[in-house]
Design a protein around this ligand. Structure first.
Ligand code: SF4
Length: 259
């Protein structure tokens, strides 16, 4: 198995574990991944930000044109999606016109497929910017990543750019008093001679304390599903994820396990 990259701005619809039949929007370049994180499990492979100059994002006008054309086709064939999701080759909120693109997507959704949910899958690294927060508040499913309870595990798993800390992300997540879904991928394995594990009792306990502070509307937990850049990462068994979900439920937060 190899990691893969999306070769289009609009892709699918694809069957998604969490979003049903989903039409994808990739706001990142098509030839490589661009992200503020470098997760050890990323399906797009390693981030190579430092090696790549002149990142070119698809302009908002092109996103609008391609999305409208695709929605017209899907409407004509009576196969409208359950959701329109921002995912793709990296972190969607890095697009310089992210807010404008959210507005035009909601407009097109309302016009062609009002029952479809607009979803953003993000690593939350850009929510220190008010315009990104305001854009995310407009979508139906604002799904933000929180894979760790401690800075060390955050560094080990997400390998964020050096100016990003778990503490700041948690502080910024608290801005969402509603419309916040947290996504957590559980994983363990060895990398560079170090055991990495966000399923340990201590790690889960600190992660739960953070969740109680953030108070998300709900939580999505899941294991790896495809090839990862670090070889030998373990797909956490369903029973183990269900035990973690039980602990979450005791805090009063809604949780779903996707397997
Ligand atoms: S945040 Fe998402 S896109 Fe970025 S490295 Fe992690 S899994 Fe990949």
């Amino acid at each position: 198995m190899t990691c893969f990259l999306f070769d289009k701005v609009i892709f699918g619809p694809v069957q998604s574990r969490r979003l049903g039949v989903s039409l994808g929007i990739n706001l990142l370049p098509t030839g490589f991944k661009h992200c503020s994180f470098n997760c050890i499990y990323c399906e797009c492979g390693w981030t190579k930000n430092n090696e790549i100059k002149n990142i070119s994002f698809p302009p908002a006008t092109i996103v609008k044109q391609y999305l409208e054309k695709k929605l017209q086709e899907l409407k004509a064939s009576d196969s409208l999606p359950d959701s329109i999701s921002f995912a793709g080759n990296g972190e969607p909120t890095l697009h310089p016109d992210f807010s404008e693109i959210i507005d035009l997507t909601i407009e097109l959704r309302n016009k062609y497929t009002p029952q479809s949910k607009v979803a953003v899958l993000s690593n939350a690294s850009m929510i220190y910017l008010p315009e990104i927060v305001n854009a995310l508040k407009k979508v139906d499913m604002n799904i933000l990543k929180l894979d760790a309870g401690t800075e060390e595990t955050f560094r080990d798993i997400n390998k964020a750019a050096s100016d990003i800390s778990l503490k700041d992300i948690v502080k910024n997540l608290k801005q969402f008093t509603s419309n916040l879904i947290i996504q957590t991928l559980f994983v363990r394995g060895e990398f560079n001679g170090k055991m990495i594990d966000n399923t340990s009792e201590k790690e889960v306990a600190t992660w739960l304390e953070i969740l109680k502070e953030i108070k998300p509307e709900r939580l999505m937990i899941y294991p790896i599903a495809r090839a990862t850049p670090v070889k030998g990462l373990e797909k956490i068994p369903l029973e183990e994820l269900e035990l973690i979900a039980e602990k979450v439920k005791k805090t009063g937060i809604k949780v779903e396990v996707y397997y």
